[in-house]
Design a protein around this ligand. Sequence first.
Ligand SMILES: Nc1ncnc2c1ncn2[C@@H]1O[C@H](COP(=O)(O)OP(=O)(O)O)[C@@H](O)[C@H]1O
Ligand SMILES: [Mg+2]
Length: 500
Amino acid sequence: MAGGRKNLAARRRRECARRVVGVARTERHGASQNGQRGGGPTHAPMRSSRPHASVSGATQSSLIGRRDILSRLLVGLTPNSTGHRIGIAGPAGIGKSRILDEFFRRARAQGAQVAHEHCSRADFLRPLSLVANLARTLTRLRGALGANPDSVAVLQRFLANAKARLAALTDAEHRGAVIAALSDVVAAISEDGPIVIAIDDAQWAESASWSMLAHLFVALPVASGVCVIALHADTKEDATTVYRQAFPTDNAISEMGVDTLWLLPLSEEEIRVLCIARAEPRAVPSTILDTLVRRAGGIPLVAEALVDRWLELDDAEVLPPLVSRLVSARLDRLSPSAYGVLETVAVLGPDADLRAMEWVSLLDRASILAATRELETTGITYFSESTISARALWTEAVVQRASTSTQRLLHRYAAEWLQHVMATRGAYDHRRHLAIATHWLEAGDPVRAQHSLSGGAETLAASGFVNEAAAMTERAAEIAGPLDWRTSALGRLDRHVVRT
Ligand SMILES: Nc1ncnc2c1ncn2[C@@H]1O[C@H](COP(=O)(O)OP(=O)(O)O)[C@@H](O)[C@H]1O
Ligand SMILES: [Mg+2]
């Protein structure tokens, strides 16, 4: 079963590579037949706004986007590079491990050797587990035999013997000997070519390991290689805590720069390409593709889970359990004001400018700005024009979790705010009437919704916008359902129509 899944994943990866190369080639030739396979209308991937100069080979193109991050990693391998200590952080499923895979492939192609450690929960509790795992991996790399035999002996003792590990934990001299031995082995390996030391899921690393490895990382001669630490973090601040331990810059052991990269969600175009590749050989109808992209929130893991569910159950609407858990866990970890801002954005929709946010969320401006920064770094919200927008994945989730009373209250404030805007700013916008009415309905106040709609239809009709007025009346009928406002609004509308 697991093997089958692996094969499937491998096949998908190969297909993804073919697909993306196909897209790149077609784009280079200006043709438009991509995305068009038999079986109904399918959505062709949109053109990426980025140049495609970097898309040059089959397998290297299977990574979608992230060219900037990849090149910053590769810079670490170039001679005289300064950026040889690199952190990559971001939330779950954003693509940290994927980018590392791609980097390893490129680094090996350039003759580098890769020592790759993947931390797990169990490592967290084992003293110096990361140092031990890395020591084991390093001693197996090509060139390690060229190290001083004493160094190899120190490491062998350290690995074989729990007492030696305990000694290294508690005694500075032992610790120093292990660090020196590791540095010696790394130096021997790097004589054969550059070395990449990469630690993935470093949030699980046991913390005493960092103080030892920090010395090793900094001792790695520039141009001999690069150390990359990838870790799961919801905010940049969380990531900084680990980087400070692994890559200290505030003392004499380091004058070297540290490059920390924060992975943002992929763009809609990139997610589109990813979904198409994942679904192959099945073609994705464009409406389904739009839904998948909208719901993926820019997170590759979510996009893949949504596509898989659609392939399996023909359902693009319901979130797979994996995605619901991921979304829930991240919402639980938001600060209270970030959560409040997200709830408010979900209610205000396109009207979520700063003033509206203040009015509706009851938070002060400083708190809103701090919360917005938090939401932006995690890719949950983004600024567009002067408003704050949130990806559907998140707004739908907060709306689902909110109690009825919270929802009603927020919609009431939103309706009051829009009424206030209309009364004080004057500029007429008939969409606002509909928005106000919708908020009143959601606030559980259909009578006010009725007033807003009939007022809106009246204003429109009086200004000669007969069709728009009729459309609003129509829309109002849909919204208000059985209420008897319809007759009164239509009655007034008819009078205006007669008059104009
Ligand atoms: N840029 C990308 N291009 C193609 N697939 C990606 C990309 N980023 C992530 N993926 C895929 O999304 C899934 C989650 O990515 P992963 O690297 O495991 O996330 P993380 O390590 O950040 O939790 C994986 O199946 C991965 O192959
Ligand atoms: Mg990972």
